[in-house]
Design a protein around this ligand. Structure first.
Ligand code: HEM
Length: 394
């Protein structure tokens, strides 16, 4: 890269497309751990762009805390209200205790029972998309993660559309007030569901989480409500972005689609490349609890550290030809699900949905046609496509 001065990671519109990959490449080559202080922000933070440094930050739970928030732009009081009560903004020992309970419904054995249902939902979505093409394929794709996670959580089907829309609002509304209110609505919904289940015990998902398993790991009602919201949020937004990105790339690269359709590449491998490419969790944040060296930089206590997963997934030290979309890539150790103790709770479920989607495409679709310009949501956190003019043809 020829540019001498550091490019602006916070240039307005940078995440409206994919230009940020060049910015990440500059930082990886010139200043892998850099101090950033975006205009208008009260505080700066350390920005980490190399794969190996990012893995080190994620694994260092003892000195890299999640309790001050795990993303940029969150409100201090909102984080304080859920810290050590919601998995993603907790440190051990609370994190360990809660994860032990929450991981159970997402284990391989339990999910094996959901596989048939996932296949049905996905087949129905793909068949519907082929029969009734919409100007935006995401209208169809959005149903996959929402229907699957709502069914797993035992949410009544009449509420699925409301839940889907509220989660998107809680994540993506440009207004902070709107986001906080949408989160409040979701918390209220789950508070009612948890107290109804105390009386009726009809929700197997909640009853499973409240049953005492090994002595002391039961969740309080408050923890239960916060974590049901966390699971719903994690399950709903992110997988949709990977499904959309994968479809977009297959439309752009018919040769790659033919490798899957013709059976040369198995859906499981193409799923991993879709995950590497899509990066629905673009950054993750931690706060240091003591002095830590990251790369060549010594970082004092109480400092914010941001890891750019999108940069890790394109690091040439880790991936051959990282800017090429290659569905048959081997040794694809992308960081899209994070690393260390906070590694994604729903990674198996997400993989199940994405692989089922590729299998359904292979069975029902011959061409994937791009009919216009896709649009990115512009977020540097849950980054992805929110408009995808693609038509699936039988
Ligand atoms: C393509 C799909 C997905 C991506 C890319 C993704 C990404 C991530 C990442 C990067 C983290 C780590 C955050 C951190 O280190 O602070 C994470 C954690 C988490 N994810 Fe996912 N996720 C996906 C799907 C799901 C699904 C389907 C669920 C629903 C079960 C889910 C629930 C969670 C939860 C509850 C955590 C917190 C785990 C912890 O703190 O120990 N995610 N996810």
């Amino acid at each position: 890269m020829k540019q001498r001065t550091a490019p602006d990671l916070f240039e307005p519109g940078l995440f409206d497309g994919t230009r940020f990959y060049d910015v990440f490449a500059w930082y990886r080559e010139n200043e892998p751990v850099s101090w950033q202080h975006p205009a208008g922000e009260p505080e700066g933070f350390w920005s980490v762009t190399k794969y190996r440094d990012i893995v080190a930050v994620h694994r260092d739970t003892a000195r890299m805390s999640s309790t001050k928030g795990m993303r940029l732009g969150s409100t201090e009081s909102a984080v304080a209200a859920v810290a050590n009560k919601m998995l993603i903004v907790s440190d051990p020992p609370d994190h360990t205790r809660m994860k032990r309970v929450l991981i159970q419904p997402f284990s391989n054995e339990v999910l094996a029972r959901a596989e048939e249902y996932v296949d049905q939902v996905v087949a129905d979505v793909v068949a519907t998309a082929v029969r009734n093409p919409e100007p935006d394929l995401i209208t169809h794709l959005a149903r996959i993660p929402t229907d699957v996670i709502c069914a797993i959580m035992g949410i009544p089907q009449s509420d699925w559309a409301w839940i889907g829309a509220k989660t998107t609002e809680a994540f993506e509304s440009p207004s902070e007030v709107q986001r906080i209110m949408a989160n409040g609505d979701i918390f209220k919904y789950f508070t009612d569901m948890v107290s109804a289940n105390r009386r009726t015990a009809t929700n197997d998902f909640i009853s499973g989480l409240t049953a005492r398993h090994d002595g002391g790991t039961q969740l309080t009602d408050e923890e239960l409500v916060f974590n049901l919201s966390g699971v719903l949020a994690g399950g709903n937004e992110t997988t949709r972005y990977t499904l959309a990105a994968l479809t977009h790339q297959l439309a752009e690269h018919p040769d790659q689609w033919r490798r899957i359709a013709g059976g040369e590449v198995v859906p499981a491998d193409a799923t991993e490349e879709g995950l590497r490419w899509s990066v629905p969790g673009m950054h993750v944040m931690r706060t240091t609890t003591e002095t830590v060296r990251v790369g060549d930089v010594e970082i004092g206590p109480g400092q914010r550290v941001v890891t750019w997963i999108g940069s890790a997934n394109r690091d040439p030290e880790m991936f051959d030809d990282p800017d090429t979309f290659d569905v048959g890539r081997s040794g694809n150790r992308h960081l899209s699900f994070g690393a260390g103790r906070h590694i994604c709770l729903g990674s198996r479920l997400a993989r199940l949905e994405i692989t089922a989607y590729l299998r359904a495409l292979r069975t029902m679709v011959s061409t994937i046609g791009l009919e216009g310009e896709p649009r990115y949501n512009g977020s540097n956190f849950t980054w992805g496509l929110n408009e995808l003019p693609v038509v699936l043809r039988a």
